[in-house]
Design a protein around this ligand. Structure first.
Ligand SMILES: Cc1ncc(COP(=O)(O)O)c(C=O)c1O
Ligand SMILES: [Zn+2]
Length: 427
């Protein structure tokens, strides 16, 4: 089995339920989608992905509407999803900002910023969670769980709470930004702080899920990626509406590589239906922090597998991940679209965070990695000056207030007196 861009649409196997099934990307085994709880392949433990008898065209998505509900955001893409509607807050339909000063500064023909921080809990995770929680309801599970660098826990707590399900989150102690813990806490998740990094948390929660303690909603769960796939649909639709063409390249931060896998899947499905030409598929370009860059290492080495980094560190705590579980889906995504991967320093990330903020786009550090990576690739001449680029910013500035204070201006104390204020302003 390969994840080529031009693989024809598959025939539905007998186990399909209403034209939807799960397939192993390693050995090709197929499974009924909603009969049992299953995260990986029974036969070889490979990653699973949802498959559809009828891949979507742009016409399937309709015109869109401003009302909440199935005509808005993620669920507008229901023809490409396993259900017609799920637990929704609602999510998706995020802005594709113009950033003229940054565009000129980076030196590309077009730069747009897809700001996923504008989702209900402030990150793209909501897109995956609305679908994942709908599947959890179908499977009739009682509790949900995830390991998280923060944003998944916030989304799981909010969507699980709305579905009236118990939620459990495992976080790396001391390494999760304040806003995210606040969200998980108020949305009533049970929060366990583990003395280990994210990858250790994921090992534990996978074991808990295998023992039937809870339904796993990390991006190892193939249905999470179905929701996140809609980022790709939205970018293509919105970019085409404004520019009458598709972006040459999409640059995104990489942690577990779920979005990289999900965007690639969106493009493959559109190619399968004939809606998108292979030559129009944007180059998927992944960015990691230097202290947590196993995907970059694999791309640079031409390796088929990613080496797990045991020690990872970066100020961009959302992507402080050493063992990207979706690598087998994401590596073909980067390679088959002609993309690449690049690592950036924490200082480059902070500079990019400031540059986005100067355009009014407030993002957390991990999100700014996309812009930092684009800048670096432009400097290296890997990205040409005539390219049309979309950078994905994955989480909102308020997720990590400490990083924002560090990167931004310090408040100046002043006496309660106009004269004192004027004097200060003159200096
Ligand atoms: C803000 C933010 N950006 C990027 C990522 C990484 O996304 P992915 O795991 O899809 O590579 C995460 C994941 O935790 C995140 O929270
Ligand atoms: Zn298999």
């Amino acid at each position: 089995m390969t994840l080529d861009l031009d693989t024809p649409a598959p025939d539905a196997p007998e186990c399909a339920d209403d034209g939807v099934w799960l397939a192993c990307i390693a050995c090709g085994s197929t499974f009924a989608p909603f009969e049992d709880v299953r995260y990986t392949c029974d036969d070889c433990d490979g990653l699973l992905e949802a498959r559809y008898a009828t891949p979507p065209t742009f016409e399937d998505f309709g015109e869109g509407a401003s009302a909440d509900g199935p005509d808005r955001g993620v669920w507008r893409y229901r023809e490409a999803l396993p259900f017609d509607i799920g637990v929704t807050l609602p999510e998706g339909d995020t802005p594709l900002h113009t950033v003229p000063r940054l565009e000129a500064d980076v030196g590309v023909e077009t730069l747009r910023v897809k700001h996923e921080g504008m989702n209900p809990t402030g990150s793209f995770k909501d897109r995956g969670m609305t679908v994942g929680v709908r599947v959890a309801e179908e499977l009739d599970v009682g509790a949900l769980a995830c390991a998280s660098t923060g944003n998944t826990s916030a989304a799981l707590a909010a969507y699980g709470g709305r579905a009236d399900l118990e939620t459990l989150v495992l976080l790396p102690a001391g390494k999760v930004a304040a806003g995210k813990i606040a969200q998980a806490s108020l949305h009533d998740a049970r929060i366990l702080e583990v003395d280990g990094n994210f990858d250790a948390c994921l090992d534990i929660v996978q074991e808990l899920a295998a023992r039937g303690e809870a339904y796993l909603l990390n991006s190892l769960n193939p249905f999470r990626l179905e929701g996140q796939k809609t980022i790709g649909f939205e970018i293509l639709e919105a970019f085409h509406a404004d520019h009458d063409t598709y972006p040459d390249r999409i640059v995104l931060p990489v942690g577990n590589a779920g979005n990289t896998a999900a965007l690639y899947k969106a493009f493959r499905e559109l190619v399968q239906s004939g809606a998108l030409d292979v030559d129009d598929v944007p180059k998927l370009t992944g960015v990691q922090a230097e202290g947590a860059a196993p995907m970059v290492e694999a791309i640079e080495d031409g390796a088929d597998e990613v080496r797990r980094w045991e020690d990872v560190e970066t100020r961009a705590t959302a992507i402080r991940i050493g063992n990207p579980v979706n690598a087998p889906k994401a590596l073909p995504g980067i390679r088959n679209t002609g993309g690449t991967a690049v690592a950036v320093s924490d200082d480059e990330i902070t500079d990019a965070q400031r540059a986005l903020a100067a355009e009014g786009v407030g993002v957390e550090p991990a999100s700014a990695a996309s812009v930092a990576g684009l800048r670096k690739l432009r400097r290296q001449g890997v990205v040409d000056d005539d390219e049309r680029v979309v950078c994905l910013t994955t989480g909102h500035l308020l997720k990590d207030p400490d990083a924002a204070y560090e990167a931004g201006n310090d408040p100046e104390p002043v006496e309660n007196d106009v004269g004192a204020v004027l004097e200060l302003l003159e200096n």
